[in-house]
Every structure is written in C-alpha cells, then in structure tokens.
Design a protein around this ligand. Sequence first.
Ligand SMILES: [Zn+2]
Length: 714
Amino acid sequence: MKFRPKNLSPTRAAACALLVLSLSFLFAQSGAPASADAPAKAVHGIAVANMDRSVQPGDDFFQYANGQWIKRTVIPPDRSRVGVFTALSDLTNKRTAAIIEEAARQKAPAGSDSRQITDRQIAGRQIAGRQIADLYNAYMDEAGIEAKGLAPLKPHLDAIAAIKDKHELAHALGETLRADVDALNNTNFHTANLFGLWVAPGFNDSEHYAAYLLQGGIALPDREYYLSDAASMRDARTKYVAHVAAMLKLAGFTDTDARARRIFDLEHAIAEKHISLAENDDIQKANNTWKQADFAAKAPGLEWAEYFRGAGLGQQAEFTVWQPTAFTGESALVASVPLETWKDWLAFHLLEDYAEVLPKALADENFAFFGKTLFGQQQQRPRWQRGVFMVDRWLGDAVGKIYAERYFPPEAKAKAQEMVANITAAFRKRVEALPWMAPATKAEALAKLSALYVGIGYPEHWHDYSAYEVKADDMFGNLWRGSLFEYHREVGRLGAQVDRKEWSMSPQTVNAVNLPLQNGLNFPAAILQPPFFDPKAPDAVNYGAIGTVIGHEISHTFDSEGSAFDAKGRVRNWWTPADLEHFNAATAKLAAQYDTYKPFPDLSINGKQTLAENIADVAGIAASYDGYRASLGGKPGPQQQGFTSDQQFFIAFAQDYGSKSRDAALRAQVMGDSHSPGQYRAATVRNIDAWYDAFKVKPGEKLYLAPADRVRIW
Ligand SMILES: [Zn+2]
C-alpha cells in the first residue's frame, strides 16, 4: 500500500502503468531540462511564508499552515492539481534528466566518481551508462522512427495474421503475458493483455516466490468504462470505438469500422467478467491455488497447456488465481468468440502498446484518445521528458544508483535510520500499552514489528541490466526486448528463496510503500528530501514531515489489511475475534468523523473508503510525536522562527498536504481514491492531545473535539 494516491495515466502507451502513474503529472511544464540543482533554501525548517496566520489553527489547520501558498499558487493549465509533491517530483525529474542527458552525451560515465569501486563494478557501470545513452538517444531519434515506418511492426502483425486456429491462438495469447501487474505493493490491477503475471512471495509459502495471475484484456482503464451508464462513460465508449478504427486504418487494415466494433464488443464482454477494484482488495477471496492441470476443468475454453507454453511457463506447477470468476469467464470467451475477432484484438493491442515508438501519426492518435479524450491533457509533454520517463521505466535501477550516489548522502541515510528506530520504538510502546488487545495478539504484533524490514533511500541490491540488449537505432526493439527482459527476470525468480529486502520502488520515486508479503517498507531517496526531510532542519520538523509518513507506513502493517499477514508475510489471521471487534468499533468512530467532511455540497468524504489511510495518518502522527519526544530525552525542543518545537512538528505535518486541486480532480479523488484529500488529512491533528496544547485550541473552535471524541487506535 502506497502513502499517496496514484495519478491517472494520461496515455496508455507501451510502458507499464506503474511508472506512467507515478510520472504522469510530473512533466507538466514544457521546455528544456533546467539546472539540476535544488533551489537555495534560506531557512531549514517549516515554511512560514506559506502560512496564513490570520486563520485560527483550531478552526482550519490546513489553511493556517498553507493559506498563503494556496493564495499565491495558480494551477498550471496542463495540470489538474498541484502541491508539495509536485515541486519535489519536478526537482527529482530534472535531476534524473540531467543524469540521463549526461550519459547520453558521454556514452559512459568515464571514471568520474568510480575510483573507489572495483573493476567489475566499473564495467557494470559502463554497460549501464551506454544502455542509458542508447535508450535515450533511440527514443529521441524521431526521424529514424519515422523513416522505419511500420517495418518493425510487420513481423509481429504477420505472425498474428498467420494464426490459423484456436490452438495457435492460445500460444499467441500466452506470448503476450507480461509481469505488468502488482496487487499489493504498488497496487496496479490493470493490464490490457489477456492476463497479467505478478511474481511475489507466496500467500501460503512466504519463503518462496509464487506466480499470481490477474484478470486483464481491456484497454480502457477499468470495467466501469465499459459498463457504466453515466453520460461521460457512454461518450468515452463512442470515442473509443472511433479511436480503435483510426489506429487500425493507420496500420493499413481494411474494413476498420466493423473490426473496431467487434474488438469493442469483445472487450465489453471481458469487462463483464471482471470483478471490481473494491473486490480486488479482499485477500481471502484472492487466495486460490490452481495447479496447472486444474485450469482446463475450472476455466474451460482456452487451451491452457498451449497458453502456458507460449508464456514460457510450461513447467510452472501452480498459480494463485486472483479473480477465479474472471478467468473462467475470459477463458470461455476465447472459445466462443470467433478467431478473426481475437486476431484483430491482438493486432490492435499490439498497435496500442507500441504506439509511442511508432510513426507520429499512430503516436498522435494514441495520445488524442488516451491523453486528451480520456484524461483531459491538452498537450503532450515534451519529447525529452518522455525520453526520461522511458529510461526510468526500463533502466530504473541504473539511473537510481547514480541518483542515490549523487543526491542521498550517507549522513542523510543515518539520520533517517535513527528516526525510523525512534518511531518504531514508540510504536512498540504504544502496542505494549494497549489495554484492549489480548496478550497473544500483542505478541504477534510485536513479533511483526521486530521482523519489519525498513529500506531507506535505495535498495541493498541493484538490478543487473547487462542481459538487456539496447540499440541506439531500434526504439521499437528496445521496448520489445525491455518488456521481455523484465518478464524473464520475474519468471526466473519463481520458486526461488524470497529476498525480504527486495525493493518495489526506485530511489527516484517521490512516494513510500508498505510491502505486506515481505513485511517491509521502502522509503526512496526522492521522498527523503526537503520539505519532507532535511537533515539541517530541526528534529521537530523532520518528525512532523517525514516521521509521520514513516509512522503511517508502519501502521499499515497492523491495519485491516496488514493484519491478514503475519511476521513472515504469511496469510494468517492473528487477531482474536474480541480484538478485531474492538478495532472495528474504534475505527468506525474515525469513519464517522470523516463522513462529516463535505468538500462539495452534494459530495461528502466516504469514511469507510478512506478508513485504512485515515487510521494510518492518526497512528503516524501519534507514533512520530512519541518518537520525537523520546529523542529529546525529556528536554524541550528548540524554538525556531517564533514557533515552539511542538508547533513546528504539527505545522510541518500539515504542510506535507499543502495542495490545490481543480474541482473535477477533487471530485474524482473523493469518489475513487482510498486517500482523503489534503485538507482533511491535515485536520487529522484534531485527534491528538498534544496538538490542543501546542496551539491552545479551545472548545467552540471548528476542529475542537472533546477528549472523549478524539479517536485513539494505537
Ligand atoms: Zn497509506
């Protein structure tokens, strides 16, 4: 589970959704890459200039902490929201761009900072440097891509055209399987291929990597786009059919309107078999082990043995099937829908997947629908930014290694580790002191905390890309080989011993993540920078800003979803029924609190939908505050800029959520995200006693809660 919401993808191009999601909103401003240095920061501490001190903190803490920033900030025309994260992401991407452009200029990082490392590492670095350069340059070579026309696509389209029966179709469908979904870490449930593979520690054997199979097959982002009766969805469907026809026409197909209609009807039928996003969260329902031999009986239609052969999984004995009903339904469609429709569907998905590296006419048509129509993005981001994204996607660790060396000094790592230790210790004390939790449950919770792996900054091991063949004049091939290289790496891990310290975010990602099957957390280097984390700022500010994020992620280890996994990441319910009852009662109070928030007269926050994240916010502040107090060893923290240390702590927390959204984006978040909007996350402080003392908050002020009404969970 991530710390912050994902942003919807503006284009569904070749790369997997994961990075499109995290990078989609970063590259909004056009222009050349600017200087990679952080703007000089005069004060290391809270941003007083962002505050509106005419507002009573007890009335509206979000405005108090961020009001001036909100007043002077204009949302750029090509963004739907802007905030603290945006600035940080922009900075990180300028730095990443600089690393890539440097490699692209030099072809290899000649010597530079590599004196102290071994020859073997230097060789590895040179390969990575050349790969970065070639991949970036290949992407930037628009003229070269244009000159090749549809030639790179031809052998693949010919192969689809040559499929002569359902047996060969099964093989071809198997060949499209990729490791492009992630159910629990980065939570990406979407693939346009028939199914998606996720390789992760097993639900029932967490010591070894298992194969999870997830539903897929639709190109639009979610089943609702096919099934919803809303006017906007009906409109999107009409435009989608026209888009499918346009893509086929550009690729030289005839009779494109009829083909597009049939492709849409097939995807519509697939969408009807899908289960919803909300249902995907239920671990118990997802825990279905199917032996390879079971598929034919449980999901007849597709020739499974041939499908798995095509996927290179002929030897894989068993799978965890996340949505069994979707597998049964989709497999039946392979049998019932005519072969020619499936072949058109395969060809169209191939075009869509590779549109970004095909001639401009196809790339533009792809953007016109997925960027403009579906997500309202008015113009493409500049090509160099998309080139950076491409390199980040396929060579993320190669770039990330340089990023971490350059921008994440050992002192920062040591300081962050010290904070994590203090916050974890505070969490431990809180669990030990819980009056309602049974000793047996407590013992399990504490064992989980002891075994928790907390990754800070960057992974312990880096991915080795030396087997990934990158050519400076073959962008289509680079993408083709990149997705296969990743797929083979994932398949190669099946059955192997789990590396509990494996990361699931690159160092240059501005986010944090809880990995339930590994009982681990990742805090990438890119979120460990100002304003979240500044080794030169007072401790109060760091504990308020990043400490509460650390506490938030630790809390997920024990919440409604985390409690489904034990210390070793196994699926096992370790809560007693009485404990669970108490937890549910306490959290229901928090859900009710958030239900009262109304961002629009006709739309309230859904307390239930946002509950796990809100619990994590309350717990995160509480644990980080305790950790901070403990770090002071009983002494009061220093004042700065006219604020007490406790005031700085809470202001820093609320400034994490300084943001501004367009109404449409805010509505979309309220309806479809598990995270509350920033202004309500900032208001979480009303449940913390120390906040009342720090700001002398009195009864009658809008955020005031009587002590009995403050929600305390951990
Ligand atoms: Zn979270």
